[in-house]
Design a protein around this ligand. Structure first.
Ligand code: 4AZ
Length: 256
């Protein structure tokens, strides 16, 4: 996150940190994600570049995490990944990550996955076709870089407020033109001061409606970070309610 502030995980209790286990058994931070039900995390498809369902065992998910390089056993919950489900139409042939959405199924320990606590809670999915108004305040959170080009991620969870842009604006030639499909929306600040950055991918963009937060976007891509006319690009979660239901077998996660 560029231009944001340090956050506590209690204010983003659905955030997931996705790690990959290297051949030398090192846990390497890969992406953010969002807990949508006790055993399912929603994230970005491009976090799994080799598209491998078979390598699920190399991934783990930690919930309730404040600091990337510290473990707080009383607040955190860590799970192995049982299954990686990548959207069948995920496509980067045009360089724009179309259908950038994936689901991770957590492996239960003693018959349960995530257990609700002060630091771990599920996020609501917005109702299908609920439109996102340009200009409202939404928030993003993640462990990604504080500036483009740094070689290290943020040590602590960070958050920033951004606002959705109208589709026609982001599809203008001085913005991203026709790179922006109907499965994406852009969000940023009028002064370009705050944005998601490398390492925030897969993480949540939530917006408040009637005093609840709903997961409207998944951090997907952008040219640089906090750069003029290059807002962050997010996967439009409301286009995928059916896909999510079909893959998770949960029919009413919308109710949160
Ligand atoms: C990335 O590389 C990335 N400014 C994520 C988000 C943005 C740029 C890059 C948006 O994961």
């Amino acid at each position: 996150i560029v231009g944001g502030t340090i956050a506590t995980v209690e204010s983003h209790p659905w955030i997931a940190a996705i790690f990959w286990r290297s051949r030398s058994k090192q846990k390497v931070f890969r992406c953010g994600g969002s807990l949508i039900s006790p055993c399912w995390v929603l994230t970005a498809a491009h976090c799994f570049p080799d598209g491998s369902n078979t390598r699920a065992r190399r991934f783990s998910v930690t919930l309730g995490k404040n600091a990337l390089n510290e473990t707080e056993p009383t607040r955190e919950q860590t799970f192995k990944v049982e299954k990686v489900v990548i959207h069948e139409e995920f496509d980067n042939s045009e360089g724009n990550f179309n259908n950038d959405i994936a689901l991770l199924k957590l492996k239960a320990n003693d018959g349960h996955c995530a257990q609700e606590s002060r630091t771990v809670k599920t996020v609501c999915l917005p109702p299908p076709r609920q439109s996102l108004q340009a200009g409202i305040f939404c928030e993003i959170a993640g462990y990604g870089k504080e500036k483009k080009g740094l070689w290290y991620n943020s040590q602590y969870l960070r958050e920033a407020q951004v606002s959705p842009l109208a589709h026609d604006v982001c599809r203008k030639p001085d913005y991203y033109g026709d790179m922006i499909t109907a499965n994406m929306f852009c969000a940023g600040r009028p002064d370009w001061s705050r944005d998601a950055c490398e390492g925030d991918s897969g993480g949540p963009l939530v917006c408040e409606m009637d005093n609840r937060f709903f997961l409207f976007g998944i951090v997907s891509w952008g040219e640089g970070c906090a750069k003029e006319y290059r807002p962050g690009v997010y996967t439009t979660v409301t286009n995928y309610n059916q896909w999510i239901e079909q893959k998770t077998g949960l029919s009413s996660i919308t109710a949160g």
